[in-house]
Write a protein that binds this ligand. Structure first.
Ligand SMILES: C[S@@+](CC[C@H](N)C(=O)[O-])C[C@H]1O[C@@H](n2cnc3c(N)ncnc32)[C@H](O)[C@@H]1O
Length: 207
């Protein structure tokens, strides 16, 4: 398990990264990739959507182009402070401090979940995906963006030491183990040579 697949360490990491996050992020996860992923989620304006690992609000901002209100959840107060400064505390975003692996919401609360760039920090991603299946209504959609597993052995060793990087076979395993039956993966990249993202869109099965 990578050094950052630990909730306390990830919190500490984001205490410092939050200061520069918005300047670094576009090199690997940009508006074009976000826009493409949002099309796959195919939202309606009044859908109830949860953004898990919402951070400084990059995904949230994209979601607000498609829905009227977004529920944003993150475990880092520092990341969330930045997002609150952008969207305000009483506007179109409801903020929740919390853990992806133990969502503070009732069963079938949402029409969809979006989670971009957060799964790589979760120690038990299958637990979080089970939570996603629990809080999204049957037939609803879950979209998860994570880092694609590097091809070279040197980069694989480095990646494994830091956080979760995964390929399509591992994504299949995680989503199946969490109870999803219908899903597809897309590989996205900002530009040649930059790290690739693996984006999975899954449908919540009927009970
Ligand atoms: C790379 S940022 C992604 C932010 C945003 N979603 C985006 O697309 O730019 C990852 C975020 O996941 C959050 N995070 C990490 N582990 C988490 C957990 N177990 N539960 C909730 N949030 C978590 C971090 O605090 C951080 O804000």
């Amino acid at each position: 398990m990578g050094v950052l697949e630990n909730k306390a360490r990830a919190r500490l990491f984001y205490k410092y990264l939050s200061k520069v996050y918005d300047r670094i992020n576009p090199f690997i996860w940009n508006e074009e990739m976000r826009g493409e992923a949002l099309e796959w989620l195919d939202l309606s304006r009044d859908d109830r959507v949860l953004d898990v690992g919402s951070g400084t609000g990059f995904g949230t901002e994209g979601l607000l182009g498609h829905v009227d209100h977004v529920y944003a959840l993150d475990q880092s107060e520092h990341q969330m402070e930045k997002a609150i400064r952008k969207f305000g505390l009483h506007g179109s975003v409801s903020f929740h401090r919390g853990d992806a692996e133990r969502l503070p919401f009732a069963d079938d609360s949402f029409d969809a979940i979006w989670s971009s760039g957060s799964i790589e920090y979760w120690p038990n991603p299958v637990d979080a995906l089970e939570e996603f299946r629990r809080v999204v209504k049957p037939g609803g959609k879950v979209l998860v963006v994570g880092p694609d597993y590097p091809r070279s052995q040197v980069m694989q060793r480095l990646a494994d030491a830091i956080m979760l990087f995964y390929d399509e076979a591992e994504a299949d395993r995680m989503f199946r183990e969490a109870g999803f039956e219908e899903f597809e993966h897309h590989i996205q990249q900002a530009r040649p040579g930059t790290p690739r993202a693996i984006t999975t869109v899954a449908r919540v099965p009927e009970k």
